[in-house]
Design a binder for this molecule. Structure first.
Ligand code: SF4
Length: 371
């Protein structure tokens, strides 16, 4: 296993991310580490993942059982794993002592029995990748439509009296109208048992994905309208701004993700998982087969390591803070951004925070940060 110059004291009370790279079908816009679900491959992956976790913990004296603060299963689609497989991974952790354990689920995988068992084995936050409630829209985006409506998912969680659930909706693609996005949002928020957290994010079409080659977006003005609509709707419904793409009801923020946004350290396991223990950031190999081969041969799955300079860390921290209600001190941005309506001064903290226009043009605002 590769040697990183980190000591055990840096590895206390860290959030842990687990990447589950399996999906029932592959979306045309996806740039994550993922492969089609296949029973034998999943079995082998679970074996390798548990090996990777144990190897890392032995090497760096990381007491993962009692020192994990939050745990997040992301993907890919973690709900492609059976309850037994998830339980096997969770057995490496003291789930009773972890504040928040999240799993991302495909809507079609959620039924009363599966959801009930997820809660029984320790998950206390469930994030459902709906993306759009209109199947035709999903097809045009190159994503297989799901069969389970969000209303049915809401009913299942209501029956379990489980309100710590989140949905993902995408916007910002040429086929979608602001009205259809607005209706979708109203529909989700109007459910009798609505999600307590929503991730509302602009689709980023990454180079190299199938959708990239056939997309032509000219969205700046549109994006401003989307972010304005989101801010108005979500605040009106009593949700709080958590991060540029995330809103939650009071006391239902994502503890795990808030650590990322405050530039905290974390450890990631599985193919394509990032980890950060400052000043180091490293990335596991993205290809599932290569990940499995490496673990089987007792070779580190880490594919890339970088050591961040103090300047990198400061700049990244400012950029992350700017995406949240924390904002940044006025000295870091030119005043012209205030005049241009990209930021406002927070009445309490006197720091700059993004307006909807600033959120739409966040990359530009970040490029104006002066250290
Ligand atoms: S977007 Fe999600 S479901 Fe689609 S291929 Fe990527 S990881 Fe899988």
């Amino acid at each position: 296993m590769l040697n990183l110059d980190i000591n055990a004291s840096a590895l206390q009370d860290l959030p842990v991310y687990i990447h589950v790279p399996f999906c029932d079908s592959i979306c045309d816009f996806c740039a994550f580490s993922k492969v089609l679900s296949e029973k034998n491959l999943i079995t082998k992956y679970v074996e390798c993942l548990t090996k990777e976790i144990k190897q890392f913990c032995n090497k760096y004296s990381f007491d993962i059982f009692s020192k994990t603060k939050t745990l997040y299963f992301g993907g890919g689609t973690p709900s492609t794993l059976s309850i037994d497989q998830l339980e096997r991974i969770l057995s490496l952790f003291n789930t009773d002592a972890i504040d928040e354990i999240t799993i991302e689920c495909h809507p079609d995988h959620i039924n009363l029995s599966y959801a009930e068992q997820l809660l029984r084995i320790g998950f206390n936050r469930i994030s459902v990748g709906i993306e759009n409630i209109d199947g035709n829209m999903l097809t045009r985006l190159g994503r297989s439509p799901h069969n389970k409506p969000i209303s049915e998912i809401s009913t299942i969680f209501h029956e379990l009296n489980f309100d710590n659930w989140s949905v993902d909706f995408m916007f910002g693609y040429s086929d979608m109208s602001l009205d259809s996005f607005s209706s979708m949002l109203d529909y989700a928020l109007g459910l009798s048992f609505p999600p307590s957290h929503l991730s509302l994010y602009a689709l980023t079409v990454e180079p190299g994905t199938p959708l990239y080659s056939r997309s032509q977006f000219e969205l700046e003005d549109d994006l401003i309208r989307y972010y304005t609509l989101i801010e108005n709707t979500m605040t009106q419904k009593g949700y709080q701004f958590e991060e540029i793409s995330n809103w939650h009801k009071p006391r239902h923020g994502s503890v795990h993700n808030q650590n990322y946004w405050s530039h905290g350290d974390w450890i990631g396991f599985g193919p394509g998982a990032y980890s950060t223990v400052l000043p180091y950031r490293w990335l596991n190999t993205k290809k599932v087969k290569s990940y499995i081969d490496k673990i089987d041969s007792a070779i580190s799955p880490i594919g890339h390591v970088e050591c961040l300079s103090k300047m990198d860390i400061t700049l990244e921290t400012l950029m992350l803070n700017l995406r949240t209600p924390m904002g940044i001190q006025q000295k870091y941005l030119p005043e012209v951004l205030l005049k241009d309506g990209l930021v406002v001064v927070d009445a309490v903290t006197q720091r700059y925070i993004l307006t909807p226009k600033g959120k739409a043009l966040c990359n530009y605002v970040c490029s104006q940060i002066v250290l």
